[in-house]
Design a protein around this ligand. Structure first.
Ligand code: MTE
Ligand code: MO
Length: 326
């Protein structure tokens, strides 16, 4: 396949991360705060606006947050600074660098409907605002490990993907769940880049989709999810590399064939279907042994299954022949 530009994770982390830009912004913001000129400086600073309520309509789900925390999921490190999480993103629909927070404000999140089709009892379409009222919303502290070797720790809110699968009532013949992002070039300029296989799709086995850890994220930091993080709903599968966590989902399709996913279509030897985190299996072009913690810059050793083995490892016992870690 012809690829015009290097993708984000083909570039060395040192090149991919505009660290100098971030440092300069930090300083500018500190200066602005000290001088009381934040309002003047704000438009210059992408991330100041990342979580703001720029939309005219108040969020109709705001009353659900903050949700009660589920204490079963504990972190081994501090929560990452909210501004970092909402301003250092992978969201190729809005651009192929990390600095898409401003562009992502153009994402239209109301009305938002979710289509459920394929091998289900009754295919259906439901408004997100109706769906979430049927779901058990809670908060969970999760780690996130990008295949590019950076990581973060986030208080996500949302509901178990299993609750959504139960709502969808898949047939016994369903083996996989495919999830799809919107496609709309009127507000997502990245989708004009025709060499990518839009829309972004991801997939899980039914065992993975109904695992306790698989989570649909609708909020973070005690409020509705910010657009750069994939509002109004995105996936979190914290034992897998971050590219599995598909954002701004519009469709769930149950199928008996393994879905080919967005990055797999582009480079299957580098970004496979399983994509489980393993520090001992390097990416073809870089090590996965350690990770750079967003916000602090600390380097930590990466853990097998990203530290979530007790929840997920047993699912893969019968799958030793598969490339579970690519
Ligand atoms: N639709 C869509 N979902 C996506 C991506 C994307 O480009 N488009 N990037 C993925 C990658 S590589 C990562 S690491 C996470 C990043 O999530 P964050 O920006 O909230 O940190 O989103 C994932 N989901
Ligand atoms: Mo990623």
């Amino acid at each position: 396949m012809f690829i015009k530009k290097k993708r984000g994770w083909e570039i060395r982390e040192s090149e991919a991360t505009p660290e100098a830009v971030f440092r300069d912004r930090r300083r500018l913001i500190q200066a602005a705060a000290a001088g009381g000129i934040a309002a003047v400086a704000a438009p210059l600073l992408g991330w100041v606006g990342a979580g703001r309520a720029a939309d005219a309509m108040p969020d109709p789900t705001a009353d659900l947050y903050p949700a009660k925390r589920n204490e079963r999921y504990q972190l081994d490190r501090p929560v990452t600074d909210e501004k970092q999480v909402e301003s250092y993103n992978n969201f190729y629909e809005f651009g192929s660098d990390k600095d898409i927070a401003d562009a992502a404000q153009a994402l239209k999140i109301r009305p938002w409907t979710l289509t459920i089709d394929g091998l289900v009892d009754k295919p259906t379409t439901i408004a997100f605002d109706d769906l979430i009222r049927k779901m058990p919303v809670e908060e969970r502290l999760y780690r996130h490990r990008c295949v590019e070797a950076w990581s973060m720790a986030v208080p996500w809110s949302g509901f178990p993907l299993k609750a959504l699968v139960d709502f969808a009532q898949p047939l016994g013949t369903a083996k996989y769940l495919q999830m799809e992002t919107f496609k709309d070039t009127s507000f997502a300029p990245g989708q004009k880049q025709f060499w990518y296989p839009w829309p972004y799709t991801e997939g899980l086995t039914m065992a993975e989709a109904t695992n306790d850890l698989a989570f649909i994220v609708t909020g973070a930091y005690g409020k509705p999810l910010a657009k750069p993080n994939g509002a109004p709903l995105r996936l979190a599968t914290p034992w897998k590399y971050g590219f599995k966590s598909v954002k701004s989902i519009v469709k769930l399709s149950f199928t008996d064939k393994r879905p080919a996913t967005f990055w797999e279509k582009l480079a299957s030897n580098e970004y496979g279907f399983w994509a489980n985190v393993n520090p001992a299996v390097p990416h073809p072009r870089w090590s996965q042994a350690s990770e750079r913690v967003l916000g602090t810059g600390e380097r930590r050793p990466t853990l097998i299954w990203n530290g979530y083995g007790e929840f997920v490892a047993a699912m893969y016992d019968g799958l030793k022949g598969e490339k579970l870690f690519v």
